[in-house]
Design a protein around this ligand. Structure first.
Ligand SMILES: Cc1cc2nc3c(=O)[nH]c(=O)nc-3n(C[C@H](O)[C@H](O)[C@H](O)COP(=O)(O)OP(=O)(O)OC[C@H]3O[C@@H](n4cnc5c(N)ncnc54)[C@H](O)[C@@H]3O)c2cc1C
Length: 416
């Protein structure tokens, strides 16, 4: 079990900011590598994994979607393999249930070809192109003219994984401080000062894993304001218990290649509950788990960013559909019925589960897809860690720790 401290020390070798699954994996990796170093993890909330990491779909992605050669492609395939091994070792229930990605009309086949090409280039294990008869054996209620079957896709409770990372970090001597917000990072040639709500901590290196708030600390540390994080809320429906047998494991649509979202899928989670979603609706707060939550600073930052308006103009049709799904369960169900024809409005109810995606948007309106890690002096900033960052967390944590070590190599860490 991880232990939480109320007060940060005044000095440390490395400070990691943000105890989502990426910050926890990074802090764990750094502490396991450098047993003698003091590593402190600062979290603003009263406990870790309260934001994206506690609100995901729980899918262990196999690595199909991502552009070959990208960080996502490499770290997802490696991360998924390591996550399964880690969960087996720790007794965390991670089920390799598999999933089908279905094409429902001929004009989706080209996109399915491209996914297959990417999956094979990324060395995704066991990927198969299948026809309707094989789809019917795997998911008897799904409709597809062709599909990709990924047996290596699975589900896990990511908050349990995050707790286990925190436990490893504490057991190795790392310090997790909760209820402590990092406010500013001041770098000099000699050291870095992290100003936070409990005072200041002087350290050798800093890693910022702030998820939806990552851009704020990066900009405050002197980094480029491009890209900016813009929040998109993901809402879910759930299959009522008596209809949960409509889905055995996981059915995904063929995604729109212009969007970094995978489309609304139907997935049986580790508890057996089947969720439909998530949607992707522009919202007025980086923690808008309820649509009523609107924060002035978040909204001003989103709407004053030229890239946001470029996305609105370029994707207005998609945005209008998302608004319809948010308002109307019927419209949400109609979308899912394309690949689950038996689905009826009466089979579903709204789920209490929702998440807010931290979507990095470039000034030019690019919806940034790949993970982005940047550096300022002695700091590594995780500027974009959307899905599949939870799946990739062990491999991503290692990549971030490598970059932190490279920075530390040019400047010796300070001992507390
Ligand atoms: C709806 C949805 C579904 C998803 N489904 C999947 C999935 O099925 N599979 C998958 O692999 N990925 C999925 N993802 C993506 C995955 O959840 C994220 O990529 C991952 O959780 C990112 O982790 P993180 O640690 O970077 O961010 P977060 O979990 O958001 O953590 C950031 C942390 O930083 C803290 N913080 C921020 N600023 C400060 C500060 N100034 N001082 C101190 N602390 C601070 C926050 O409080 C928070 O705890 C999904 C995401 C969403 C939103």
């Amino acid at each position: 079990m991880a232990e939480f401290e109320p007060d940060p020390p005044s000095a440390a070798d490395i400070v990691v900011i943000g105890a989502g699954i990426v910050g926890l994996a990074t802090a764990r990796e750094l502490k396991l590598r450098h047993a003698a170093a003091s590593v402190v993890l600062l979290e603003r909330e009263s406990a870790p994994a309260r934001h994206q990491s506690g609100h995901s779909s729980g899918v262990i992605h196999a690595g199909i979607y991502y552009k070959p050669g990208s960080l996502k492609a490499r770290l997802c395939v490696d991360g998924a393999a390591r996550l399964y091994a880690y969960c087996a070792e720790r007794g965390i229930d991670a089920r390799r249930e598999g999933k089908v990605i279905v094409a429902t009309k001929p004009d989706e086949l080209g996109r399915l070809d491209e996914l297959e090409r990417r999956g094979r280039a990324n060395l995704v294990e066991g990927l198969q192109r299948i026809g309707p008869a094989e789809v019917a054996e795997i998911e008897p209620h799904a409709f597809a003219i062709e599909a990709l079957f990924s047996p290596n896709t699975g589900v896990v409770d990511f908050p349990s994984v995050a707790r286990a990372y925190g436990g490893d970090f504490s057991a190795a001597g790392g310090t997790i401080v909760t209820g402590c917000e990092a406010l500013r990072i001041i770098e000099s040639d000699r050291d870095v000062i992290v100003e936070h709500s409990a005072g200041r901590t002087r350290c050798g290196n800093v890693v910022v894993c702030g998820g939806p708030w990552a851009d704020r600390l990066a900009v405050a540390a002197g980094a480029d304001p491009d890209p900016r994080i813009v929040p998109f809320r993901g809402a879910y429906l759930r299959l009522r218990d008596h209809r949960a047998d409509l889905v055995r494991a996981s059915i995904y649509p063929t995604p729109d290649p212009d969007l970094p979202f995978l489309g609304m899928h139907l997935t049986r989670g580790p508890s057996g509950e089947v969720l439909l979603g998530p949607t992707a609706l522009f919202v007025g707060a980086r923690d808008a788990y309820s649509l009523k939550t609107v924060r002035r600073q978040d909204l001003v930052e989103s709407l004053s960013w030229p890239g946001t308006w470029r996305v609105f103009r370029g994707f207005w049709r998609y945005g209008a559909t998302e608004v319809r799904h948010a308002i109307s369960i019927r419209s949400f169900v109609a979308e899912c019925r394309r690949y689950l024809p038996e689905l009826r409005r009466s089979d579903v109810e709204r789920s209490l589960h929702s998440g807010v995606r931290a979507q990095a948007i470039g000034r030019d309106g690019t919806l940034v897809d790949d993970f982005i890690l940047t550096e300022t002096g002695r700091c590594v900033h995780v500027r974009n860690a959307p899905s599949p960052a939870a799946t990739s967390s062990l491999a991503l944590g290692e990549e971030i720790a490598d970059r932190c070590d490279r920075l530390a190599g040019v400047a010796a860490p300070i001992r507390g």
